[in-house]
Design a protein around this ligand. Structure first.
Ligand code: 16G
Ligand code: MG
Length: 528
């Protein structure tokens, strides 16, 4: 393309994908996310940007995922995936924001500006596009494809996929199969193959474990994926499907609903002590739960993380690799205090704390040879360094670890891959869901929102555990916390909503609620 290489793109933008909305939109922790009918021009421009991003990466495949995850059906969103399956490089978030907000006529200048600033040479761009099951997703995917076409990129539209499947496809394609066969069939085959091998290795010695789950698919793409998984798992793991797509996406169901409301989703209210699994709208988050004598019990990201880290730690020791492989768990400030206490003091696994958002946890987890990272909301995975993988693969007594590596989708949190890993561990330990639950008892906790004039006035340090500004706020929080036994509280501006989030935990439910209320009031008073 010549210097006027973008003329056609602008004409197309003005013609089919003009910017019709005022108001700024920003690329945040989860990409762009808002009402679906505000996103057409953003999608078109992300098609253009993804192509340039591919140029910047010597033509490697860049992913574009169209989803608004656990948000309501009427929302949608888009995020870009870098060649190794990680989130878009941080410095490009601002470039994406500028491009999304530019006037139609300024698109060529914006694009040339990015190319000059980053010293990019034009080459063949390659982009893989996936989308969730939202009604708005096909048209928005078409806008992305139109953008890619206008930039001369080569698009592969893989249709309806989970977010982690899109990440898998990007890595598997760029590594030419090194990470796994670059197809969805390859994805299902890799994960379920390793899962079946692992279970077979237990010789039917399952103790209290029963290979049967109740699955809440949030009426989204996770349900569609699980139907495929279940075909591969026939005779090994029985999956009973709920919220498979007939109802409204994420409405009264899904991982976010279960975690936030601390109650069973639609269709699973009468499951007694069955082991239940819920994923979110794009299947990158997972939580477990069960009911016993009418009481709801949640096993969230903290329970999953401690189960995984504890078990992997044991396998590393059994294989005699503990001096060569450094294992660690990364949590956020939202991790229940009991979970941290349990994993550090009972299981002897070191814990680090990172700011909220998968990219922060992922980054921190890279400091370990085996890094387990999870947010309390159920978003996480395990990553193995090349050194750890080589050691494990060449150690004969590390068979279980070898199998486990292939059950895990290391590219990003993958609800169903995480679920398979949990199932492996429960089976190996011979645990029922209740055996797992009683390993430690969560401290009662409360999450609240405070609406304020300008949430950005709050800045934090120490992985969001301490407030820096406004001055004096942290002192007031400390004062409130000191009144409660085992009290802990922190506040942070949300990255996805115009609110300040307040977290509190204490030794009783009442105390946790009271502390959260106290801190909400403090925040509102100081930021009125
Ligand atoms: C985004 C993050 C999620 C985090 C949430 C916090 C990714 C892919 N997603 O959805 O991990 O828990 O934001 O939302 O990083 P908040 O800032 O509104 O509390
Ligand atoms: Mg999600």
């Amino acid at each position: 393309m010549s210097s006027s290489r973008w003329t056609a793109a602008v004409e197309a933008a003005l013609g089919s994908h003009p910017r019709k909305v005022e108001g700024k939109i920003s690329y945040g922790t989860a990409g762009f996310r808002t009402k679906a009918d505000l996103l057409d021009h953003v999608m078109y421009r992300m098609g253009l940007l993804a192509t340039i991003r591919s140029w910047a990466k010597e033509g490697q495949n860049i992913g574009v995922m169209i989803t608004a995850s656990h948000n309501p059906e009427g929302d949608n969103g888009v995020k870009l995936v870098d060649p190794a399956g990680e989130m878009l490089e941080f410095s490009w978030e601002a470039l994406a924001t500028d491009l999304a907000n530019a006037a139609d006529n300024d698109i060529p200048a914006e694009l040339e500006g990015i190319i000059a600033k980053c010293g990019i040479t034009e080459t063949q761009g390659n982009i893989i596009v996936g989308r969730d099951t939202r009604k708005s997703s096909p048209a928005l995917a078409q806008a992305v494809l139109d953008g890619i076409k206008a930039a001369g990129g080569n698009a592969t539209d893989i249709g309806i996929v989970t977010t982690p499947q899109l990440h898998y496809m990007v890595v598997a394609t760029n590594t030419k199969g090194g990470y796994g066969e670059p197809s969805l069939e390859g994805y299902y085959g890799k994960l379920t193959g390793a899962f079946k091998q692992f279970l077979a290795g237990l010789d039917g010695k399952f103790g209290n474990y029963t290979p049967k789950i109740e699955f809440d698919g949030a009426n989204g793409v996770g349900a569609a994926a699980m139907v495929e998984f279940a075909k591969h798992l026939e005779g090994v793991l029985e999956v009973k499907m709920h919220n498979s797509g007939a109802g409204i996406l994420n409405s009264g169901c899904g991982a976010d609903f279960v975690k936030v409301s601390q109650s069973a989703p639609e269709g699973l209210k009468e499951t007694n002590d069955a082991r239940c699994v819920a994923v979110d709208g794009d299947a990158d988050r997972v939580v477990y739960f069960y009911q016993k004598n009418g009481v709801f019990n949640l096993l969230d990201g903290d329970k999953i993380a401690t189960l995984i880290a504890g078990y992997i730690g044991e396998l590393v020791k059994q294989a005699g690799l503990q001096d060569q492989i450094k294992l660690g768990l990364v949590q956020t400030a939202y991790a229940n205090g009991s979970s941290t206490d349990y994993i550090v003091n009972k299981l002897g696994v070191p814990v680090a704390c990172a700011p909220t958002g998968v990219k922060h946890l992922h980054h921190k987890a890279l400091e370990y040879d085996i890094g387990v990272y999870f947010e309390a909301n159920g978003h996480g995975t395990v990553i193995f360094s090349d050194k750890a993988q080589q050691l494990i693969r060449s150690t004969e007594s590390a068979v279980k670890l070898q199998q486990i590596i292939d059950v895990i989708n290391q590219t990003v949190g993958d609800a169903i891959s995480d679920m398979l890993l949990v199932e492996c561990i429960l089976a190996a330990r011979g645990w029922s869901v209740e055996d797992w639950m009683v390993q430690y008892t969560d401290l009662p906790n409360k999450l609240m929102k405070a609406s304020v004039r300008d949430r950005t006035l709050i800045t934090t340090k120490d992985a969001e555990r301490q407030v820096v500004t406004p001055e004096g706020l942290q002192d007031k929080i400390n004062f409130a916390v000191a009144k409660y036994n085992k009290g802990r509280s922190f506040v942070r501006p949300s990255g996805t909503e115009d609110v300040v989030r307040v977290y509190a935990e204490a030794d009783t439910k009442q105390a946790a609620d009271d502390l959260a209320n106290d801190v909400v009031n403090i925040v509102k008073e100081m930021l009125a």
